[in-house]
Design a protein around this ligand. Sequence first.
Ligand code: SAM
Length: 315
Amino acid sequence: MQKGLPLREHARRPGPGLFDESGYMPKLRPRVTRSKAALDWPGSHPAPEKITSTANPRIRLLKSLHSKKGRNDSSLFLAEGARLLMEAAGAGHWPELVVFTDEAGARPAQREYLLAARRNGARLISVPSRLLTSICQRDNPQALIGAFRQWQTEIGDLPDREGALLLALHEIRDPGNLGAIIRTADAVGVDGVVLLGECVDPFSIEAVRASMGALFTVRVLRAGFAEFDHWRRARGIRLVAGTLRGTDLPEIVDYRGSIALLMGNEQKGLPEAMEAQVDYPVRIPMRGKADSLNLAVATGVLLYTAWRGRHYAET
Ligand code: SAM
């Protein structure tokens, strides 16, 4: 990724040939019939490798990325689907390796993506669809799967700006929740998502799937609570917590100025010691029988309450 640009600028950076002048992807073009010409791979780069065996080491490597150990060993992670891969490219992220079916490789938009990925250093591998099923470990796999190198973001990479909106998640465990939250954080324009303590891996395939590409544009980082709390106090960032012990409605907070929203673990919520550091403990009213909302839903409600409190300002 080009250094020195804020992540949101990366998201708008045009990729070679794939994006219009504003940096956004044109709509996927309609399917065309596969032709001999469409399967030629022009240029000086190597033609795609063809793999048909599940025992091939590259296929075994891709399958290993379903486990944390496999991801740790290789520092790679999987992202599936043409749309998601193209969004990643729009944010300046190119895969190390892409596997695809010949049928997918013959579709103009996907082919254009593959050629651009190859120019950006990706190794292309064509496989029969049964191999994609075994890599994705689910039926009806996507026709394009990329293996990307993981990146690390530090607390010092968060933007130091007046009016920042941050989200901190204490020991979030469910990858689907995390992906959905990152997707909402992207929608609201959150400056960063801080994973506090033992959290699920944001590069797990379930989290990447649920984030719908937002993992590539939202800063996500890990920190201890003490480090985060110290960092935000030093910058005058007020801390709002979503908690069932909250005494106030979310709307009583003035969300203008810099704010961090803190949310608790799916089972245990927030530790009392953490809540003691919070400026505003807020509770979303509920009148049904359930004792709490799903974490991703509660986070969505509070992020939108915060953004509405800023009159949907862009920054
Ligand atoms: N048994 C846990 C407890 O007592 O906190 C429930 C955890 S809840 C499923 C997970 C997180 O979602 C909570 O820690 C809180 O951050 C958020 N949450 C859920 N319902 C909420 C509500 N009504 N108001 C504010 N936050 C809520």
